[in-house]
Design a protein around this ligand. Structure first.
Ligand SMILES: [Mg+2]
Length: 208
């Protein structure tokens, strides 16, 4: 049976809802207030860390000895109730996919649970794999994918991965997964299907 592996942020809900900027703000606050990094340097430091480590957290762990648990709790402490609401259409679409569905996110499990609960989707996923799954090594590095496949005891060819970041799907394709991009593709060959909205998965599920 196929496994559907869903990213969380900007995949299950639209990027236009701007949940991520709230987390972004918290990351910047963490860096200025908790670590004392001067505000003007924060953005360039984060860009540097993205390039080197994939996410800000890993750079802060290497260079500032940050406790990842403290960081994750702090940056995901955002109020989603005014932004996200129950998504009945998506709930129906997900229920109709007769396969195991999991979440695979670079965020934290608590944040994923918060999002799923706010959207009324908390009972539809069999598991949540968060950034802890491969000792905080994030997507698109291969390590967390290997862990997820190992824990689920499946091969990549039996998986469909849905994500809004083309790079994350490149690694998925490397593991022979089917790939669905939520958003606009630039014709990347590692993307099998491109959808505007995750609920549109109902229109393509027979192809997978
Ligand atoms: Mg995402």
């Amino acid at each position: 049976m196929k496994k559907y592996i869903f990213d969380l942020d900007n995949t299950l809900y639209s990027h236009t809802l701007k949940v991520f900027p709230l987390i972004d703000q918290r990351i910047n606050m963490y860096m200025t207030t908790r670590l004392g990094i001067p505000e003007p340097g924060v953005d360039s430091l984060r860009r540097q860390y993205w390039k080197l480590y994939g996410v800000t957290l890993n750079g802060l762990m290497v260079h500032y000895d940050v406790d990842p648990e403290d960081y994750l709790e702090y940056v995901h402490d955002v109020d989603l109730k005014h932004i996200l609401k129950p998504d009945e259409e998506l709930k129906t679409v997900l229920k109709e996919i007769p396969c195991s569905k999991v979440i695979f996110t670079n965020g934290s499990r608590a944040h994923a649970e918060n999002v799923l609960q706010t959207m009324g989707l908390e009972d539809l996923f069999d598991d949540i794999f968060d950034v802890r799954v491969a000792s905080f090594r994030p997507k698109p590095f291969p390590e967390p994918y290997l862990e997820v496949l190992k824990i689920m005891d499946v091969q990549g060819k039996d998986c469909v991965m849905i994500d809004d970041i083309p790079e994350n799907l490149k690694t998925a394709k490397h593991f022979d997964m089917k790939t669905i991009l939520i958003g606009k593709s630039n014709g990347q060959r590692h993307i099998d299907i491109c959808l505007d909205n995750v609920s549109d998965i109902k229109t393509v599920k027979n192809l997978l």
